[in-house]
Design a protein around this ligand. Structure first.
Ligand SMILES: Nc1ncnc2c1ncn2[C@@H]1O[C@H](COP(=O)(O)OP(=O)(O)OP(=O)(O)O)[C@@H](O)[C@H]1O
Ligand SMILES: [Mg+2]
Length: 344
């Protein structure tokens, strides 16, 4: 895009200086040196509403705001300085990892399976057949995220992106009441958004940083990741485009989880394995892109005993595979007790 020279020069008058002044924590886009109101508005329109989102942006993603590569790089560098995620020595990375928190699933056994709870700064994927309890689990996480850190929570709110219109506030009310939390207040701290189609779903995450920041969101749920994409991109010839969009969408989610030290959760459906010799073998949808971008993948399945479910840790960057039982009752996600039998 070619910009009138005037607006560019106007907004580059004030170069980003390397003084300690420019390294102080920036609160909003308006605080960036060299960004005038016009550019700020364009960046916001593009979905970059906070310093955190700019810090993780790529130069080419900012140039549509009508700025040069150089200016975009300068903006990104200032934003990175401000939230200190530029090039960093590995020991600083260890420090960043020290900030990782773990969110309780509601079942101590499942927490144990995933190393103590779902990790912030990463994406966890739950996949399984319809009705297995993926959405219920997401509801439970939205409630649990609000608990204090000492109690397995993240002391924050939740963002729920719903692509299948299956969000049920009644579940939230019931789960919160069961845990002795204020149901109304718990529901208030869950920010809900329905994604009408895949483009809308992508846009919601692109624009999510402001709402995340303002509401102290520490859990981002996309339930489900693939439904819109699967119904809109039909046939082989559309596959490449679909995968490219999903890739971008997931990377955006991953960046948000790191920038805000939040847990990201996506749900996924399953399909029959095309090359399976025997029936009944399933795999999550979305192919390699989803498989590689989800840091932790958990396969949920039913058992012969109504409420009891099996969670299988299928892939994790550092934990061994394994299976554990848990149950879904009207109270939400719980550990099984001696009375529960489970036959696969
Ligand atoms: N109050 C309740 N108590 C116990 N189980 C319930 C309750 N409400 C719903 N369920 C169970 O949860 C299942 C629905 O779970 P959920 O909607 O989380 O599934 P899902 O995995 O998200 O499915 P989908 O792929 O269709 O989105 C129902 O089949 C039902 O068995
Ligand atoms: Mg569901």
């Amino acid at each position: 895009m070619v910009l009138p020279r005037k607006s560019v020069s106007e907004e580059t008058e004030e170069p980003a200086s390397e003084t300690t002044e420019s390294k102080k924590k920036l609160e909003s886009i308006d605080d960036l040196a060299g960004v005038g109101p016009a550019t700020a508005n364009k960046l916001i329109e593009l979905g970059y509403q906070t310093i955190e989102s700019l810090a993780t942006a790529a130069v080419k993603e900012l140039t549509p705001a009508g700025i040069s590569d150089k200016q975009a790089a300068k903006i990104i560098s200032q934003a990175r300085d401000s939230i200190s995620i530029a090039f960093i020595p590995a020991n600083a990375l260890i420090k960043m990892r020290e900030n990782v928190l773990r969110l309780s699933t509601g079942s101590a056994t499942i927490n144990d399976l995933v190393g103590g709870g779902l990790e912030t700064q990463t994406i966890t994927e739950f996949y399984g057949q319809y009705g297995v309890g993926k959405s219920i689990l997401c509801h439970q996480l939205c409630v649990n995220a609000q608990k204090p850190i000492e109690q397995g929570g993240l002391d924050g709110g939740a963002l729920y992106i719903d692509t299948e219109q299956t969000f049920r506030p009644e579940w939230i009310i019931r789960m919160a009441s069961h845990l002795g939390m204020d149901p109304e207040e718990t529901a208030r701290r869950i920010i809900y958004s329905e994604a009408y189609n895949s483009d809308h779903q992508i846009l919601l995450l692109e624009k999510a940083d402001k709402v995340i920041k303002e509401n102290n969101i520490r859990l981002i749920v996309v339930d489900s990741l693939m439904a819109n994409f699967r119904s809109e991109y039909l046939g082989r010839e559309m596959l490449a485009e679909r995968q490219q969009k999903i890739n971008k969408h997931l990377h955006r989610l991953s960046r948000l989880s790191r920038a805000f030290n939040a847990v990201a959760v996506v749900t996924n459906q399953v399909m029959s394995k095309p090359d399976a010799f025997f029936g009944g073998q399933v795999e999550p949808t979305g192919g390699h892109i989803v498989a590689h971008t989800s840091h932790t993948r958990i396969f949920l399945r039913r058992t012969a005993s109504g409420p009891v479910r099996i969670a299988r840790l299928v892939s994790s960057t550092y934990l061994p595979e394994g299976e554990r039982l848990f149950k879904i009752t009207e109270n939400g996600v719980e550990d099984i007790d001696e009375g529960d039998s489970a036959k696969d």
